[in-house]
Design a protein around this ligand. Structure first.
Ligand SMILES: Cc1cc2nc3c(=O)[nH]c(=O)nc-3n(C[C@H](O)[C@H](O)[C@H](O)COP(=O)(O)O)c2cc1C
Length: 279
C-alpha cells in the first residue's frame, strides 16, 4: 500500500489540513456548487472583504454556512481609515469562529486617497494599530502596485503581521475606442488571472528571501503546476481566485494534482517543497 502524502501546513499560528483555499471575493459560500464534504476538503474558506457597513449582514447570513463548510475561516477586512479598520477588527475579535483576519491593504485611505498598501509607513501604521485591537492572527494582503514589494513585506512584518498574502490585483485600464472613454466605471480597475502569475511568483520569491513569516501566494493560479511554482519559491499556502469562475471545482482538482506531483517526485509532504527554489 502506498503511503498518503501530507498536505498539512502551518501557516504561522494556523494549522491547515492543506494549503489551498479561495481568494477573497471569488468565492461565495451562499451559492457555491461545492457540497459540504467538498468545502471541508479545502484548507480554509474566505468570504469577500467585509466593510463596516456590511459586517453584521455577513455575520448573520454567512458565518453559520462558513462554519459548517470548514473549521478555518479567514475574514478579509476593508476600511477607509485606520480607525475604520480598527473598529472592524475589534468587533470581529469577539467572534470565536473566525480563525484569522486578512487585511486588504489595497483600500484607498480616505484621508489622502492613496491605498495603504503602496506606502510603507501607512501600511505599518495600519497593521500596528489593528494588532492593538484584536488577538486574531493578522494576514497582511499586499498590493502588487509598488516598485519594491520586499519593503512592503518587511514593514507589515515589523508591524506585527503573522502572515503575508502576495498579492491583490494589478491596476489596469481598458478604453472604449469608439466613445473614447474608459470602459470601467471607476476608470481604472484590478487585473487578475494568468497574466499576473509570473509577476506574483517573482514577488513571492523576492519576499521569501527577506522575511521570517509565512507567505500565501495568489494570482493567476489555474492548475496544480501553477500552485506548485508558488510553493517552490516560498509560499506556504496558495489562494485561488478568478479560476473559480470558469471551473468551480478547480480548487479540488488542484489539491488532487499537488498530491499526484508529490507522489511522483517521491516527497512525503508539501513541506518538503516549500522554498526549494532560492536563487
Ligand atoms: C471579482 C473579484 C473580486 C475580488 N474581491 C476581492 C475582495 O473583496 N478582497 C480582496 O482582498 N481581494 C479581492 N479580489 C482579489 C483576489 O482575491 C485576488 O487577490 C486576485 O484576483 C488575484 O488572484 P487571481 O488571479 O487568482 O484571481 C477580487 C478579485 C476578483 C476577480
Amino acid at each position: 500500500m502506498t503511503k498518503e502524502v501530507s498536505l498539512e501546513v502551518n501557516l504561522g499560528p494556523l494549522h491547515l489540513k492543506n494549503p489551498i483555499m479561495p481568494a477573497s471575493g471569488t468565492f461565495d459560500v451562499r451559492c457555491t456548487l461545492l457540497n459540504e464534504n467538498e468545502l471541508n476538503r479545502l484548507g480554509a474558506v474566505a468570504p469577500k472583504s467585509i466593510a463596516s457597513e456590511g459586517v453584521e449582514y455577513v455575520i448573520k447570513e454567512e458565518l453559520h454556512l462558513l462554519k459548517r463548510a470548514n473549521n478555518i475561516i479567514i475574514v478579509s477586512l476593508l476600511g477607509n481609515s485606520v480607525e475604520d479598520f480598527c473598529n472592524l477588527a475589534g468587533y470581529l475579535n469577539k467572534i470565536e469562529e473566525i480563525s484569522a483576519l486578512e487585511i486588504n491593504l489595497s483600500c484607498p485611505n480616505l484621508n489622502n486617497g492613496i491605498p495603504f498598501g503602496v506606502n510603507e509607513d501607512k501600511s505599518y501604521e495600519l497593521i500596528f494599530n489593528i494588532k492593538r485591537n484584536t488577538l486574531k492572527p493578522i494576514i497582511a494582503k499586499l498590493s502588487p502596485n509598488v516598485s519594491d514589494i520586499k519593503k512592503m513585506a518587511l514593514s507589515v512584518q515589523n508591524a506585527g503581521a503573522e502572515i503575508i498574502t502576495i498579492a491583490n490585483t494589478f491596476m489596469g485600464m481598458a478604453i472604449d475606442v469608439d466613445k473614447h472613454i474608459p470602459k470601467l466605471g471607476n476608470k481604472i480597475g484590478g487585473l487578475s488571472g494568468p497574466a499576473i502569475r509570473p509577476i506574483v511568483v517573482r514577488m513571492i520569491w523576492e519576499v521569501a528571501q527577506v522575511i521570517d513569516i509565512p507567505i500565501m501566494g495568489v494570482g493567476g493560479v489555474c492548475c496544480a503546476e501553477d500552485a506548485i511554482e508558488m510553493f517552490l519559491v516560498g509560499a506556504s499556502a496558495v489562494q485561488v481566485g478568478s479560476a473559480n469562475f470558469s471551473n468551480p471545482y478547480i480548487m479540488l482538482e488542484i489539491i488532487t494534482g499537488i498530491k499526484r506531483y508529490l507522489k511522483e517526485k517521491k516527497y512525503n509532504s508539501i513541506q518538503d517543497i516549500i522554498g526549494l527554489v532560492k536563487d
